[in-house]
Design a binder for this molecule. Structure first.
Ligand SMILES: [Zn+2]
Length: 176
């Protein structure tokens, strides 16, 4: 089904079609459209999605958290040597986290698992980020002597933001 398929749903006049479900592309009216985290969807797709989103067992979110935290931590150690290239590498590590979690939980899915992956990715990036902040807090570190020395901390923050948002977006199923 494509946008260029005007006769697919002849029961809804063109003038009333203001929205299309962004999953099945079916025309939907404002009255029946449901705004989801990823855009407007029809009621059937939302119901289907909710079923898909609840297949995990109690242990899965903890596994997801642990895997995400471990990989994120390993990646944050790596990104300490990358500087600018953190921008290119961090989303890839997010992908790695998402794929690894998917394997570990045998492709089961739930919103709780997605949130656990998000939190895990952030938590994994924190230890080295905090290590980069500590000299600032003590007021005695070399970080205060020149703006250039702030960059390691900046890249840690960039890494934490990118790796967690990338892992979370892909955990939510925006890409397989
Ligand atoms: Zn739909």
């Amino acid at each position: 089904m494509t946008e260029q398929d005007p006769i697919a749903y002849p029961t809804i006049p063109e003038a009333e079609v203001q929205l299309r479900c962004n999953r099945c592309n079916k025309p939907i009216t404002p009255a029946t459209a449901i705004l989801t985290e990823t855009g407007y969807r029809c009621a059937e797709c939302v119901r289907a999605q909710q079923r898909v989103f609840d297949t995990t067992n109690k242990l899965d979110p903890f596994l997801g958290f642990a895997v995400a935290a471990l990989i994120s931590f390993a990646g944050s150690w790596l990104s300490g040597m990358l500087g600018f290239f953190t921008i290119l590498v961090a989303p890839g590590i997010g992908t790695l986290i998402s794929n690894a979690v998917r394997l570990v939980v045998n492709r089961r899915r739930s919103k709780a698992l997605n949130k656990a992956v998000l939190v895990g990715a952030i938590v994994g990036a924190l230890p080295l980020l905090i290590l980069a902040i500590l000299p600032l807090l003590s007021g005695s570190g070399p970080l205060l002597t020149g703006g250039g020395n702030l960059m390691p901390l900046v890249w840690r923050v960039v890494y934490a933001a990118l790796v967690s948002s990338s892992a979370y977006a892909q955990a939510k199923g925006m890409r397989l």
